[in-house]
Design a protein around this ligand. Structure first.
Ligand code: HEM
Length: 447
């Protein structure tokens, strides 16, 4: 049995409010953010049930860290009920163990910093092409448009699609439905009304068709020169006979990039604009910095390191609204976690959202304060208190890609446009990702 966190600070509490058959499922479904936040006060590891399935939430940063590092061999992702497995099969975001290690080694170089720098012009074009369609004062469905921009970035860089236009819109249209419904299904195999089931099938079919088309653009036996690096890595490894890398696995890896790499980026851009709208002084400071660094030029990779204030703004947006707000593992062996016995197969969760709003580590945690990330103001945070990209062997492989894309989109749009809210109320919707429920805006050209 593995032992973690038997220190005196660890208590274990059962969360009140379980219903007879569903357990705490309605809480996770209808008031998920409140559910994870209120557990913090109840113990280092709290327990609840989803239907009759035992589940735990780890609320202590140190314990979360250990779960993701030292104990990573003892907690896997589990095969059933994973939110994204239904969409991405056995891709990098769902696989475990040796196979995961093999695939991670294969895919990681695609996301090295130097390579990501070469993607910046494509990220910028994606934002510019979208903005070129805007007219002065136009109302825009910002969530949908940022999904299309983020999809364009992924399609152009990882898959070599020169003008992703219509394909990016298809991805943007299908993704939210797939993620919403997969998330509802994942929590203890909730049954779906027929209409949702049909919508899900159509949206998922459309994503699979796109992934299939992307794989066929540069097939394993085709010309190598123009092939984007991501597909080269997969096809070359297949030619070398890497175990398990059949066509279905390649398809799963393509689906993984569409599912993991688009909504996360789009929602971060949306939340950042939302926060800037609520904090006009910060918005002015950001626009001034962008004006000063770019001086009217299009943003380049080297500029991103100069946009230091924008970087803090993005970090702070990721603290308040981490797109991946809840992460699950499954105990593969009996665990002694936070002084408690966790049985094999139990779900063990942690919530970046809950951890990021803990007043023990963040003064005035609800306040948007990018300067809390200034080097001299940054208090020693415990490891595990800031996890927008996770940690350990499953830490986001696309972190540098994601941050560069978010910053490039923000800098390109803010340099030329004001994005003004057309609705006073933007509420977080926590499904697979934490995204604004809706975000209508009007756009105005800067003078
Ligand atoms: C702001 C943007 C992003 C955020 C906040 C984010 C967040 C995360 C988090 C928290 C995890 C860890 C999940 C876990 O522990 O189970 C993760 C994993 C992953 N992310 Fe990201 N992500 C972002 C962008 C991207 C992008 C752009 C891509 C690809 C184009 C990507 C691909 C992946 C993949 C493949 C994994 C699984 C890694 C593994 O298990 O080895 N992500 N991401």
């Amino acid at each position: 049995m593995s032992d973690a966190g038997t220190s005196t600070s660890t208590t274990h509490s059962r969360i009140p409010g379980a219903l007879p058959v569903l357990g705490h499922l309605p809480w996770l479904r209808w008031r998920p953010l409140e559910f994870v936040e209120r557990q913090r006060a109840l113990g280092a590891v709290t327990s609840f049930t989803l239907r009759r399935h035992p589940a735990y939430l780890v609320n202590e940063p140190d314990l979360v860290w250990r779960l993701l590092t030292e104990l990573s061999g003892e907690v896997g992702r589990g095969r059933d009920g994973d939110k994204t497995r239904a969409l991405t099969g056995n891709g990098l975001g769902s696989s475990d163990g040796d196979f995961h290690r093999q695939q991670r080694r294969l895919i990681q170089p695609v996301f090295h910093r130097e390579r990501v720098a070469s993607y910046v012009p494509a990220f910028r074009r994606a934002a510019e092409v979208q903005a070129a369609r805007w007219t002065e004062g136009e109302s825009v469905d910002f969530v949908q448009q940022m999904l299309a921009v983020a999809a364009t970035g992924v399609l152009a860089t990882l898959f070599g699609v020169p003008s992703p236009g219509a394909m990016a819109y298809e991805v943007a249209a299908a993704l939210p439905t797939c993620l919403d419904i997969a998330s509802r299904r994942a929590f203890a195999s909730m049954r779906l009304p027929t209409t949702s089931g049909r919508r899900y099938a159509v949206a998922l079919g459309s994503l699979h068709a796109i992934a299939g088309a992307l794989g066929r653009r540069f097939p394993s036996h085709g010309s190598v020169e123009a092939r984007p690096y991501f597909l080269s890595q997969l096809w070359d490894a297949q030619d070398l006979g890497l175990p398990g890398l059949d066509d279905e696995q390649v398809h799963d890896e393509i689906m993984t990039m569409l599912v993991a790499g688009v909504e996360t980026v789009a929602t971060t851009v949306c939340w950042t604009f939302h926060l800037l709208d609520r904090h006009p002084d910060t918005a002015v400071r950001v626009a001034d910095e962008i004006g000063h660094v770019l001086r009217g030029r299009p943003v380049e990779a080297e500029d991103l390191t100069q946009l230091r204030y924008l970087n803090r703004v993005v970090r702070e947006a990721l603290r308040l609204f981490p797109p991946v707000w809840l992460v699950r593992r499954r105990a593969a062996v009996p665990l002694h976690l936070g002084g408690q016995e966790v049985g094999v197969g139990a779900s063990v969760y942690f919530s970046p959202y809950g951890l990021h709003r803990d007043p023990r580590w963040y003064t005035d945690p609800e306040r948007f304060d990018p300067d809390r990330w200034l080097p001299d103001r940054q208090r020693e945070l415990p490891r595990g208190a800031y996890l927008p990209f996770g940690a350990g062997m499953h830490r986001c492989v696309g972190e540098a890609f994601g941050v560069s894309e978010v910053m490039t989109i923000l800098a390109s749009l803010i340099a030329r446009w004001r994005v003004l809210p057309a609705s006073a109320r933007v509420r977080p919707k926590a499904v697979v990702t934490l995204r604004p429920d809706r975000m209508p805006v009007t756009v105005q050209r800067r003078q």
